[in-house]
Design a protein around this ligand. Structure first.
Ligand SMILES: *Cc1c(COP(=O)(O)O)cnc(C)c1O
Length: 233
């Protein structure tokens, strides 16, 4: 379990890396948000990150995420669901999260739309794209994105914000940038079709610089903030 000072220091260093990447890309630092991915870590670790100025957190597992949302309700944090979604688990996601990054089929979006409580703001959603074409990774194929984007954009109580991807790990900056560039071009195609989107959720601990150079607006960072996860996480 990481100490609170370690979390604060890691957050500072992560924000510095992001600022440097923004400088290099000629982008304003405010144009990229940091999502702290707290999966497998305790509510106390999230509270420590919040004390160090972090307000947006990402979770992958429904039960674990909902427990942290409830335990930390008093802090007014912004919670993002970023993990694979089973259709029988959509209700707690619709009821407890502000964002969902990992929609990969219409059925999931329809259920989230129907289950989003009327007293909450629209659920902010991204479509997860399988950009490297890996069959093992979840996400929709690039060719099917425009159609799904049209369908999701039409659903009530959801607001389609953009695209998310988890590319296969790559060693060099150039190799890391290639799939992120593809995602940016896909978002441009969606916008050209008249579906207004503003979000590219891409970049993790190992490749956030490449993602920012290619236009990421949200980077999802776990390890660099909270430390290594155990093998099961
Ligand atoms: C775990 C996870 C992250 C964070 O990955 P790190 O390498 O620990 O920064 C980001 N996005 C998704 C979807 C994840 O599951």
């Amino acid at each position: 379990m990481p100490s609170a000072p370690a979390i604060a220091k890691n957050l500072r260093e992560t924000r510095e890396l992001m600022d440097l990447a923004c400088q290099r890309a000629g982008r304003r630092p405010e144009s990229v948000r940091l999502l702290a991915v707290s999966k497998t870590f305790a509510a106390d670790d999230v509270a420590a990150a919040h004390a160090a100025g972090q307000t947006a957190f990402g979770e992958n597992y429904v039960q674990e995420g909902v427990a942290k949302v409830a335990a930390l309700a008093a802090l007014g944090l912004e919670w993002h669901f970023i993990g694979p979604i089973q259709s029988n688990k959509t209700r707690p996601i619709a009821e407890h999260f502000s964002w969902v990054h990992s929609i990969d089929r219409l059925k999931i979006a329809e259920r989230l739309s129907a289950q989003r409580p009327a007293h909450l703001p629209d659920l902010q959603v991204c479509l997860q794209v399988n950009i490297s074409g890996e069959t093992s990774k979840s996400g929709i194929e690039s060719a099917a994105i425009l159609r799904l984007a049209r369908e999701v954009a039409a659903l009530p109580r959801l607001r389609l914000r953009g695209l998310m991807t988890i590319p296969r790990p790559a060693a060099t900056l150039a190799e890391q940038r290639a799939p992120f560039r593809e995602l940016r071009l896909l978002l441009e195609a969606i916008n050209a079709a008249g579906i207004g989107c503003d979000t590219l959720s891409m970049g993790m601990s190992a490749d956030l610089e490449a993602a920012i150079l290619e236009g990421a607006t949200i980077v999802r960072v776990g390890t660099a903030i909270f430390g290594a996860r155990s093998a099961t996480g």
